[in-house]
Design a protein. Sequence first.
Length: 291
Amino acid sequence: MLELAVITHEETFNRMKDPLKDRGILARYIDVYGRGISISKENPIELQGIDVGFVYPSRIMEGGVIDAFLEVPWVNGLESVVLSRNKGRVLTILNKNGFDVPSTVMISNPIGEEGLRDAYEKIENPMIIKPNSATRGLGIALVDDVDSFEGIVDYIRLIQDRVETGDKSFLIQEYIPDAKDYRVMVIDGEYVGAVERRFVESDLEGKKWKKNVHRNAIAVKAEMPGPIRKIAEEVASLLGIKYVGIDILVNKDRVVINETNARPTIDQEEKYSPLFYDKLAGLIEKVSEGY
């Protein structure tokens, strides 16, 4: 049986292990965070016998050590994870290739007051301020006046002024009103299902705007029309990411690619295409053979 190293959220591992086992793949959860890993001895026992990795660890330093121990191919390797994590780079690539993306300005600190005010004036209010590389909806704020904008930027500077902070950029971005928020899954270039992110309680409508499953939202099975499926498949192909979640905002006027995730959470099986795990198992096998 093919053995797969899974270094991702335990929730995803628990959902994928049985369907993959039914298809001849043994998923093994590897816990690499919050522990000591001896790098001067032979492979730790839990890293032995692995044939292929699922997605490269989110922490690049720990990932580098585990990758060196394993010496196996990854479904999504370092290059895919680093690309997807850099939201500004992804949006630039997509925009250059004709996809609709939110109007965005990347700000690199330290920036002077004049440059900051200049950037602010390029995006209409209300606008979103977000980290260039965070996930799970962390650190995202919606502002509609210059004083609030400058106040949030002050807090960002307090963090990014530290020499230990590697990423000293952040994004300001157009807010897309009245949009449905979808996570579309693509495996090996093929659409395999989607969910719509909604608020848990209807009375939150109008009080909250951030629909993230890690921030009081739920994911509901959604059927995407053919044109949106095609857009998602084209995005995955352009970026060269084999297993990817694509965040798409849809209102009556636009279909906007907001972000991509090369380490997407897997939701309950019934929310996806019946072929989801067939496609995933097939991809894992192809990668193990040098795909």
